[in-house]
Design a protein around this ligand. Structure first.
Ligand code: GSH
Length: 210
């Protein structure tokens, strides 16, 4: 197996497992249990200097030499380049993929991630303010996605790494308290992606120690 994925069961990792399955790339999972602090292991930090999953090591990198990649957006772009799939070669077609990928990386990930954090607090004052702020922004982002998908089957032309990136977080909509029935175009898109066998495999691959 030439490609190792350093992973735990989280939205940013699920983007990558879905992409790997859709691209038919063989890979081995190395669990990094972030609840135990494995992300601070010096061996892992050497490939992921921000102490976060996901990261990959591809023994069969450019020029046949190994390469490591951290940050899920960079990993998706790398895999798209490597396989020539789900990332258009034509610049005009690639721009919307980059736009929606950056939309996810900069907003629709950090914002619902804050909802996950504040929803877990016990102090009611802290909890209320955080949830009010980040749930409003998360719902606004769902509104933007719903608008986009009103006139588009996918986020950026044909199915792309931008869809996989966004899927990783929509997959956790219940945890950030969003009812997809409020965003019918997102619901339609989500159901369509979940019906794909490779997506189902990517969302089911075990990412925790047994
Ligand atoms: N921007 C990064 C975010 C990665 C990230 O936040 N990973 C979380 C899990 S989803 C993590 O490793 N958390 C462990 C920690 O913060 O200590 C990416 O998209 O790869």
């Amino acid at each position: 197996m030439t490609l190792r994925l350093f992973a735990f069961d989280t939205p940013n990792v699920r983007k990558v497992t879905v992409a790997l399955e859709e691209m038919w790339l063989p890979y081995a999972v190395q669990v990094v249990d972030i609840t135990r602090g494995d992300q601070h292991d010096p061996g892992f930090v050497a490939i992921s200097p921000n102490h976060k999953i996901p990261a990959i090591v591809d023994e069969d990198g450019p020029g046949g030499r190994p390469i490591s990649v951290f940050e899920s957006g960079a990993i998706l772009l790398y895999l798209g380049e490597k396989t020539g799939r789900f990332l258009p070669a034509d610049l005009r077609d690639r721009v919307p993929v980059l736009e929606w990928l950056m939309f996810q990386m900069g907003g629709f990930g950090p914002m619902p991630g804050q909802v996950h954090h504040f929803a877990g607090l016990t102090d009611e004052g802290d909890r209320r303010y955080g949830l009010q702020r980040y749930m409003a922004e998360t719902r606004r982002l769902y509104g933007v996605m719903n608008e986009r998908l009103a006139a588009h089957q996918h986020f950026a032309g044909a199915l792309s790494i931008a869809d996989f990136a966004i899927l990783g977080w929509v997959w956790r909509h219940e945890r950030h308290h969003v009812d997809l029935a409020d965003f019918p175009n997102v619901l339609r898109w989500y159901r369509q992606l979940r019906a794909r066998p490779a997506v189902a495999r990517g969302l089911a691959v075990p990412l925790r120690h047994p």
